[in-house]
Design a protein around this ligand. Structure first.
Ligand code: FAD
Length: 488
């Protein structure tokens, strides 16, 4: 039994704390802010609107259940969720609407009916997505890619054998165009899955076409009470297991001696720890907490994922045509991604994502009202004029929503707040406010993410969206599992 410090109470830090405490370690979590969750926090706006600030789409709920089981608990005593059906409402620029049903066959028939693409072609594509997921997940997601022993397994050989078929040399967009040459709208629909890890479908390798399988094959879920309940239920478990959470106590330095971690310094005190798990973004972990250590510059220089501009709106009306997840596509998707990834700006015509949790948790908005989380993908912060970009994006969002919904949305907004890339960076210490750490726009991205351990300092580990296997709730949970496995 050892004393372990976790730096940061983001979802990966919480998950790592649960695993390590369940394995008998004495775990202390240092969190710079007044509460847990990081990007996964919640807040309320005047008038009775509750919002999940960050993530809204939840897949692979089994990874959360696994944490409760790991601690010999029944997950259902802590955390409940439902499988979504339908998953998403799509609004295309030409006025076409399409419902993504959970059932693959039903979804394929909807595509045939609305877009004219034969259902069999949709089913064939989704089967390919499943094969790609099954071939790669055990190797690329479930274990450290940075330990030689990870490469000596049947799973790895199988993944390597599948490589040519997975289309590493082609892009996601090219793969989708090849699958659906007759309909640009369906290509746009599947291209959007690149944004699930903050990447660009026109650059990202075709391998990422495995992402649709997560949603269409394995399912999209909604946790009872909203996404925040993932973090809050796990914190409850962690506290029961004896984890100590120290809020408002930012770690200022990780102390080292002779190639080993020896402890931490915070504004309050100096602590001895032989094991430290950083859930802080890996870039500021090196820059701020380990200023004397040589940093892995090449790794830290990997291009960042996209960030987001989010408008949280209390809306004085109900929209029966909308669901939990709604996508309003732009006319020119390629232009949108060029703006984000090549020009570091925001296009004039943007794809708008609207998430409305009051559809499933009525208490999240007053009767007759809805809580709209309205998000646009934007580049990470590199010093752009965000107030100007935000104003432009807000106008573009309203134009798009007014057009699709056939009314003027602005007068319905009764409460408002926004989150920008610099705001996300300031509130969560994420480098540039990137949502998912480094992007997956190249074939090698998976290998170039920072490992879950330090190559230089014994006793130092890393979890969270900026390190292997990447960002998003499921991958953050996997990073915590890999760290716990490495420590043991
Ligand atoms: P973070 O959430 O980044 O938290 C890090 C924590 O560490 C923070 O609490 C911070 O205060 C603390 N900290 C930092 N430095 C210190 C220090 N020195 N000392 C003490 N504490 C420190 N994912 C999905 O799966 N689905 C989605 O739909 C989705 N949508 C998203 C939308 C938005 C707007 C955002 C912002 C993210 C979204 N994501 C989504 C990504 C997902 O939220 C993240 O990948 C995940 O929550 C990151 O968790 P993390 O453990 O890396 O830590």
């Amino acid at each position: 039994k050892q004393a372990v410090a976790v730096v940061g109470a983001g979802i990966a830090g919480i998950a790592a704390a649960v695993r390590l405490a369940a394995q008998g370690h004495a775990v202390t979590v240092f969190e710079g802010r007044s509460s847990f969750g990081g990007k996964m926090h919640q807040f309320e706006l005047p008038g009775g609107y509750r919002f999940d600030a960050g993530p809204s789409l939840f897949t692979l709920p089994g990874l959360v259940d696994e944490l409760f089981r790991h601690a010999q608990r029944d997950p259902r005593d802590y955390f409940r969720y439902e499988r979504l059906d339908p998953i998403t409402q799509y609004f295309f620029a030409d006025g076409t609407r399409l419902t993504a049903w959970a059932d693959e066959e039903k979804f394929a028939r909807e595509v045939e009916h609305k877009l004219g693409v034969p259902a069999a072609e949709v089913t064939r594509f989704l089967h390919g997505s499943r094969r790609a997921y099954e071939a790669t997940a055990p190797t690329f997601l479930h274990k450290s890619l940075h330990r030689p022993q990870s490469y000596w397994s049947r799973d790895t050989l199988r993944a390597v054998a599948e490589m040519p078929r997975l289309g590493l040399l082609s892009t996601m967009h090219a793969r989708h165009r090849q699958a659906f040459p007759q309909d640009a709208r369906l290509v746009q629909l599947f291209d959007r899955f690149a944004t699930y890890n903050g990447s660009d479908p026109y650059q990202a390798p075709a391998t990422l076409s495995l992402i649709p399988h997560l949603e269409h094959g394995l399912g999209a879920y909604y946790p009872e009470g909203g996404i925040y309940s993932i973090a809050s239920s796990l914190v409850r478990l962690a506290e029961e297991l004896g984890v100590e959470f120290r809020y408002n106590e930012p770690v200022e330095q990780i102390l080292t001696a002779g190639g080993r971690v020896t402890g931490l310094r915070t504004p309050q005190d100096v602590y001895d720890f032989g094991l430290v798990v950083s859930n802080m973004d890996v870039v500021p972990t090196y820059r701020r907490l380990l200023p004397q250590q040589p940093a892995p510059e090449r790794t830290l220089a990997q291009p960042r994922s996209s960030s987001a501009l989010i408008f949280y709106w209390g809306i004085a009306r109900e929209f029966p045509e909308l669901g939990l997840h709604n996508i309003f596509f732009s006319q020119d998707y390629r232009r949108e991604f060029e703006a984000i990834f090549r020009e570091q700006t925001v296009a004039d015509d943007v794809t708008v994502y609207v998430n409305i949790t009051s559809k499933h948790t009525p208490a999240d908005a007053p009767p007759g009202h809805e809580n709209w989380f309205v998000m646009v993908n934007v580049p990470h912060d590199q010093g752009q004029d965000w107030p100007a970009l935000q104003q432009r994006a807000r106008a573009a969002v309203l134009r798009r929503l007014n057009q699709a919904l056939g009314l003027d949305v602005a007068p319905l907004i009764r409460a408002e707040r926004s989150w920008t890339p610099p705001g996300i960076a300031a509130d969560t210490s994420s480098f540039g406010g990137a949502l998912y750490g480094s992007s997956s726009n190249t074939m090698l991205a998976a290998f170039l993410r920072h490992p879950n351990f330090s190559r230089k300092l014994d006793g130092l580990y890393f979890c969270g969206g900026s390190v292997h296997p990447g960002g998003g709730i499921p991958l953050c949970l996997l990073s915590a599992r890999i760290v716990a496995d490495l420590i043991n």
